[in-house]
Design a protein around this ligand. Sequence first.
Ligand code: GLN
Length: 504
Amino acid sequence: MTQFAFMRWCLVVSLSLLLVSCGVNPSAGKTLRVATEPAFPPFEFQGTGGELQGFSIDLMNAIANAANFQVNFLSLPFDGIIPALQGKTVDAAISSMTITEERAKTIAFSRPYFKAGLAIAIHADNQNITGFDSLQNKKIAVQIGTTGAKKAQGIPGVQIRSFDSAPLALQELLNRNVDAVINDAPVTLYAINTGNLQGIKVVEQLLTEEYYGIATAQNSPNLPLINQGLTKVLNNGIYNQIYQKWFKATPPQLPAKLAIGNQNGAGTSGIFNSISIILQAFPTLLWGALVTLQLTVLSVVLGLVGGSLIGIIRLSHIASVRWIARAYVDFFRGTPLLVQIFMIYFGLPAVAQELGFNFNLDRLVAGVIALSLNSAAYIAEIVRAGIQSIEIGQAEASQSLGLSPVQTMRYVIFPQAFRRMIPPLGNEFISLLKDTSLVSVIGFEELLRKGQLIVADNYRAFEIYAGVAVVYLCLTLLSSQAFSKLEAWMNPVQRQKKYDRELK
Ligand code: GLN
C-alpha cells in the first residue's frame, strides 16, 4: 500500500466509525449548558461545600440520565436567564421558572415539572394583611423579573422594592423594611420550616396556581430531548422519589401540557425596532440617571469632607491617631464596596434587631453612607499625597515670613496641593459615579436597576443595557469635562493668559 492509499484508508475507517457512533445514539455524549439561579431552596441552591443541590438539580440530572445527555450547570441571576437563552449562551434553564404566556413569546418551555403558586409572606404578628386586597398601599419586596414581581405590580398604591434574589427580599421583610414579600409558596415555606425565617408566616390562601417548566430557546432541538427525558422520569417513578426526598409528600398530578402552549416568535428584530426600544426606555433611564447623580453628588460631598479630615489625620505627629486613620483607609479600600453595602443595609439592622432595637435604614441613606465611607478612604489618600507632594521649602519659606503653621497650610500648601489633587479627585468622582450601580443590590432604583426592571419586562437585554451604558458614558464624559475646566480654571498661568487675552 502506498503512503497515499494508507492515508485514504485511515480516513475512510475513521469517518465510518464516526457515522456508526452517531447512528447508535445521536445525543450520546452531548453536553447541555443548563442555567440555574442557585438561591431558591429547596429547588436550586448551593450546599455548604458550594455544590449545587435541590429538587430541580436532581430532576435535571435524572432527565439527562434518562435521555442520555450530560449537564453542565451554570449559575446565572434569575433575570439574566431569559436573555441568556435568547442569546444561546446556555442551552436550557431549570430555575423554578413559571410557564407564562408572556415568557412563551420569547422562549420555549418543556412540559410542566412542578406545581407551585405565589404566597404572601408577612410578620407573624401582622394582623392587617389577610389576602391580596389588603396589600393596597403597602410596601412589598419581590425578586426582580419573577411572577411575584408581576403580581405586585397590579396592586394599587403599592411601593415595590425589587431584589436580585428571593432570600434578599425575605431579609428585607425580616428587617421590617417592608410589610410583605410575594414569592413562590414552596420556597417561603421551606425557609420557614427550616428555621431560616423566624417570626415570618405565610398568608394561607395562595395568590396563584403556577407550573414550572424547563426553558430553552425557541425551536431548540434540545427541547424534544428534555421532554422525552422528563416524561420517562415521570413515568418510571424516579420523579416521585425525588419529590419525596425534598418535600416528604407524594406529588400532585401534573398536566402533560399547559393550555397556553409554546407560542412561536413574537418580538420583532431589526435595527429600527432596537432603536425604538431604546427610545421608549429613555425617559425611564433618564429618571434613573438623575437618581444616580443625586447619589454620586451626596456621596462625593460627604466623602470629600470625611476624606480630607482623614487625609490630614494621616499626617498627624501622633502615632496612634495616624494608625487609626490608616486602619480606616485599609479597611474601606481593602474590602469590596458590595460587601460594605450589604453590611450596612442588611447587616446593621439585623444585628440591631437581634439586640432588641427596632432600627432600619432608608435605602438612600444606606447607599450614601456606604458610598461616602468608601470614597472617603480613597479621597484621604489623594489629600495626603497632594499635601505631601508640596516641597518642604514652601513651608520653610512661609514660616520664615512669619506665617503660623495653620496659615501656612491654608494660604500656601493647600491651594497648591488642591490643584494637584484635582485630576485624581476627578478619577474618584467618575469611579464613584459608576460604583453607584452597586447600590442596585439593595433594591435602589438608580440607572442600572431601572434598566434591569425594563429588561425584566421586555427581555431586550442588549438594547436596554446599551442604552444604560450610553447614559453612564454621557454622565462620565460630562463630569470629566467639568473637571478639566476646573483644572484649567485653577491653573494660575492659564488664568493669567486668559486675562491678558481679554485685556488686548
Ligand atoms: N417561579 C417564579 C418565576 O418564575 C420565581 C422563580 C425564581 O425566582 N427562581 O418567576
